[in-house]
Design a protein around this ligand. Sequence first.
Ligand code: NAD
Length: 261
Amino acid sequence: MGKLDDRIAVITGGGSGIGEATARLLVAEGAQVVIVDIDDKNGRRVAADLGARSVFRHTDVSDPAQVEAMVKFSVERFGRLDVLFNNAFATRMGPVGEISIEDWHKTISVTLSGVFYGMRFALPQMVAQGGGVIVNTASISGLAGDYGAGAYNAAKAGVVNLTRSAAIEYARKNIRVNAVCPGMVETPAVLNTFIGQSRNPQKVRKLNEECHPIGRMGKPEEIAKVVLFLACDDSSFMTGSMVVADGGVTAHTGLTGHPLR
Ligand SMILES: NC(=O)c1ccc[n+]([C@@H]2O[C@H](COP(=O)([O-])OP(=O)(O)OC[C@H]3O[C@@H](n4cnc5c(N)ncnc54)[C@H](O)[C@@H]3O)[C@@H](O)[C@H]2O)c1
C-alpha cells in the first residue's frame, strides 16, 4: 500500500529537478499526477516515463487564466484534486540597486504570483470536495538574503508568508498548507545555470558544497521525500509549517572565522 493511494496530485515545474523527483515518488506511492510545466519536452518525458498514472499539461504558472484552466482540466480528468505542489520558479539575478524592472517582475510573477494563482484556483475545489493538501516550494532564500538575489529572496519570503495565511484560513476546512525550504539542491537549475554558467564552475560548486555544514548539496530525491511527508497523512497535525531541508545551512550564523573550524 502506498502513502498516497489513488490521490490526485498536481505538480508545477514537474518536468525537472525537484518537481520531477517528486512526481516519480508520488506515483511510486500510489498517486496519479498531472505534470505541469512550460517545458513541453521535459514535461512529456516525465509523464511518458510514469505511464498511465501521469499526464502532462502545458501551463505557464504566471498566467492566471492558464492556471485556472489547468486546475479545471485536472478536476475534469480525475474528478478531484487532493494534492497541489506549487514548485515552478524563475529567477533573474542582480543587486537590488541594479536589477531591471522587467527582471524583478519576471521573478515575482512566476515564483510568487504563480504560487498564489495555484492556491487561488485549487482552494475552492478543495473546499468543495471536503479537503486537500498544498505544499509550496519556498527556500532558505525566503528566510534570509543572498547576494544578487533580492527578487528571488522577496518572492520566496512571499511564498513563506502566503503559505501561513492560507494555512490558518483553511485549517478548519480540512486543508493543510505547508512549505518546504530547501538549501542548495543538485538540479538542472543549479548544475547547468547557477553553477554551470558561473565564471569558475568548479570553484562555485566547491563553495556551495562547503557552505553546507553537511559538506555537500542536497539531491532532488531528498527534497521529494519531504514533500511526500507533507502531502500524505503522516503530517496530519502540520499546517503553516516551513520545513527546512538544507544540510544545516540555516543552523549556522554565517561567521566562518571560528578558530576550531
Ligand atoms: N535547486 C535548488 O537549489 C533549490 C533550492 C531552494 C529552492 N528551490 C526551489 O525548488 C523549486 C524547483 O527548482 P529546481 O531546482 O528543481 O529547478 P528546475 O529548473 O530543475 O525545475 C524548474 C521547472 O519549472 C519549470 N518552469 C519554469 N517557469 C515556469 C512557468 N512559468 N510555468 C510552469 N513551469 C515553469 C521549468 O521549465 C522547470 O521544468 C523552485 O521553486 C526553486 O525555487 C530550489
